[in-house]
Design a protein around this ligand. Structure first.
Ligand SMILES: [Zn+2]
Length: 96
């Protein structure tokens, strides 16, 4: 495996897994609350979470980073990221 290319690595605040930066989603804590930063350019205190691991969106796991705003952040992640993968929840759902 050639590793000539430098791939920036970041650590998920929830599961502490190290992954290539582009596989993770950046979150920034602002005064107005946590915001998701897909471009990675917002100023402020940022952290990364796995966008493909719902267990990494849990309030308990985000508290280390977001403190009292963890619940708000958890909800935002579930709304934004959860909608992407919500197709699975329609399987086997009787519509009566
Ligand atoms: Zn993670």
């Amino acid at each position: 495996m050639p590793s000539a290319k430098h791939i920036p690595m970041r650590q998920c605040v929830a599961c502490r897994e190290r992954r290539p930066k582009r596989e993770l989603l950046r979150i920034v804590l602002t005064e107005a609350g946590p915001v998701l930063d897909p471009t990675g350019r917002k100023p402020g205190r940022g952290a990364y979470v796995c966008p493909d691991h719902p267990e990494c969106w849990a309030e308990k796991k985000l508290r280390r980073f977001a403190g009292t705003k963890a619940q708000e952040l958890s909800q935002a992640l579930h709304i934004i990221l959860g909608s992407v993968t919500s197709q699975a929840s329609q399987v086997g759902n009787p519509s009566t």
